[in-house]
Write a protein that binds this ligand. Structure first.
Ligand SMILES: Cc1cc2nc3c(=O)[nH]c(=O)nc-3n(C[C@H](O)[C@H](O)[C@H](O)COP(=O)(O)O)c2cc1C
Length: 188
């Protein structure tokens, strides 16, 4: 499996890091792009450098690297996950405005009818954010808000992160045990 992963400039970059860890452990080939603002947020929220996150991926590209394979539909992938997805990147995709490699790769994923999963993070949401999400959902984009649940009784931040990442993996059809499902909780 080949997946494009992008981390954009929204709070909760930890979800992107965790997804990359799981994909690496499952030997899934990843093509990673981290936006300029995401780099700053990674340093702030994770007290780590962009390079440490990049080391989790199989292939890494800069957001302005127009030589990267992922800007072309001729490069076959199994889909793309943007986690977290900023409202700016969401707006760019919804409007076909592809002025960086992340936006172009998402545009390509859409036009090639491949799986595109966005993990938007903002609160509260204004009408523009909601309209952009609605437009993308109509186009078949899977919107997975960075919205934790508590029915699995998380005991740590890690449990909360694993829940959201687990829901992304569910949509990718990747088996995992990152969180306990409702029926598993019912029987224990
Ligand atoms: C510390 C910090 C936190 C931010 N958090 C969010 C956020 O949670 N959601 C969001 O949509 N934008 C957030 N932004 C604003 C975006 O980073 C900004 O709109 C940027 O242009 C997004 O560009 P990108 O999508 O190319 O990364 C944040 C910015 C900073 C500096």
């Amino acid at each position: 499996m080949k997946l494009i992963v992008a981390i954009t400039g929204a709070s909760s970059v930890i979800y992107g890091k965790r997804l990359l860890e799981v994909l690496r452990d499952k030997d899934i080939e990843t093509y990673l792009v981290i936006s300029h603002t995401a780099e700053r947020i990674i340093e702030h929220e994770l007290d780590t450098a962009k390079k440490d996150i990049e080391n989790l991926a199989s292939h890494v590209y800069e957001a302005d690297d127009w030589n990267s394979p992922i800007v072309s539909g001729s490069f076959k992938t199994d889909g793309m996950v943007i986690v977290p997805c900023s409202m700016k990147t969401l707006a760019g995709i919804a409007n076909g405005y592809s002025n960086n490699v992340i936006l172009r790769a998402a545009d390509v994923t859409l036009k090639e009818k491949r799986k595109l999963i966005l993990v938007p993070r903002e609160t509260p949401l204004n009408v523009i954010h909601l309209q952009n999400m609605l437009e993308l959902a109509k186009q078949g984009v899977l919107i997975v808000p960075a919205m934790p649940a508590y029915y699995h009784k998380p005991k740590s931040v890690s449990d909360i992160v694993n829940y959201v990442v687990g829901r992304v993996l569910d949509l990718l059809g990747i088996e995992h045990t990152l969180y306990k499902r409702w029926h598993e909780i019912q029987t224990t």
